[in-house]
Design a protein around this ligand. Structure first.
Ligand SMILES: Nc1ncnc2c1ncn2[C@@H]1O[C@H](COP(=O)(O)OP(=O)(O)OP(=O)(O)O)[C@@H](O)[C@H]1O
Length: 305
């Protein structure tokens, strides 16, 4: 895998605030990485370091083989950025706005026009002033701006906040296309549940420090959180089920019970549970969600302080 972004013990201090502390991180071509963390965890600061908008107080940042803060125009053209709050000149139309950014990136108007279709901005809207746009339309325009010049590395700060489910799905389809085309996509988000299955890797930041980094499976293995097994019995004899298959079960509804089991004991429990198939109307296994993992890693970081 080709590394496109490398941070080596990068730090950024604002006065006494350690916005980013000793973060080492490598992103690769064709990889979608989610950057998650609480408000003020340092996500935007980290993205600005990678964009070269600010310089690290200590450590090193390399993007596409160079120092992004030295910012050669050709290197910048290969980066795309969608900021958390997109603010456009409201009197300009969508087409004028994109043409403005296209000139800055030295991209021809044809490519800019093609992007409207790619991000799903309707032709009827393109020549209307931006002040008439809904939040979703502005976000599409923002994304078109970020995609100008076919960037090799894309930084998207809270890209789906405020978007309805259909728009979010369209947005993730686009991200998948970019990833398949070999781009590196880093997106910061608070919307953990929607990231599951949509990113290759998750990086958790807490108070400027990287506290976890891996695939969802890696994080699950590391966290060793219990798996929830839920069973619905064919009869409603409550008491008899509370110690079913040699475990304690908690009633969750009529005939439904739940128990928590270490990931390593899951198969043995399922074997025990399915010994009496006629007694079981339904069975479900709930792996720890990204929300569960996030709470775990933040709690662990707090305990270490
Ligand atoms: N220009 C700045 N001057 C001073 N402090 C700053 C500056 N930018 C960020 N900070 C501080 O650095 C820390 C990290 O902020 P940052 O915006 O990177 O967090 P974030 O994870 O993006 O937060 P959010 O999810 O709320 O957008 C915060 O304590 C913030 O107050």
């Amino acid at each position: 895998m080709t590394a496109t972004v490398t941070l080596a013990e990068a730090c950024k201090q604002y006065g006494r605030v350690n916005a980013v502390q000793d973060v080492s991180l490598t992103l690769h071509a064709g990889e979608t990485v989610a950057l998650v963390g609480h408000n003020g965890a340092g996500k935007t600061t980290l993205i600005k370091l990678m964009l070269g908008l600010i310089r690290p107080t200590a450590g090193a940042v390399r993007v596409l083989g160079g120092d992004p803060a030295r910012g050669s125009a050709s290197a910048r053209r290969r980066l795309g950025y969608l900021p958390e709050s997109v603010s456009f000149h409201l009197a300009l139309t969508g087409r004028e706005t994109l043409a403005f950014y296209a000139r800055l990136k030295r991209v021809g108007p044809k490519q800019a026009d093609a992007l409207f279709e790619r991000v799903g901005l309707a032709p009827a809207a393109v020549d209307r002033p931006v002040h008439t746009y809904s939040k979703g339309m502005r976000q599409r325009l923002g994304l078109a701006q970020a995609l100008l010049g076919e960037p090799r590395v894309l930084f998207l700060d809270e890209p789906t906040s405020g978007l309805d489910p259909a728009l979010r799905r369209h947005f993730y389809d686009l991200i998948e296309e970019l990833r398949a085309g070999g781009a590196t996509v880093l997106l910061s988000s608070h919307a953990l549940s929607e990231l599951e299955g949509r990113t290759d890797r998750i990086v958790v930041l807490d108070s400027g420090t990287r506290v976890a980094d891996g695939t969802l499976d890696d994080l699950r293995r590391e966290a060793r959180l219990p798996v929830r097994v839920q069973v619905r019995f064919t009869d409603g004899k409550g008491q008899a089920h509370r110690s079913f298959a040699g475990r304690d079960w908690t009633r969750t509804g009529a005939g439904s019970y739940e128990t928590r089991v270490d990931a390593g004991d899951k198969i043995a429990l399922l074997q025990a549970v399915t010994q009496a198939p006629d007694a079981i109307a339904d069975l479900a296994i709930a792996e720890p969600t990204l929300d569960d993992l996030y709470v775990h890693f933040l709690g662990r970081a707090e305990a270490g302080r």
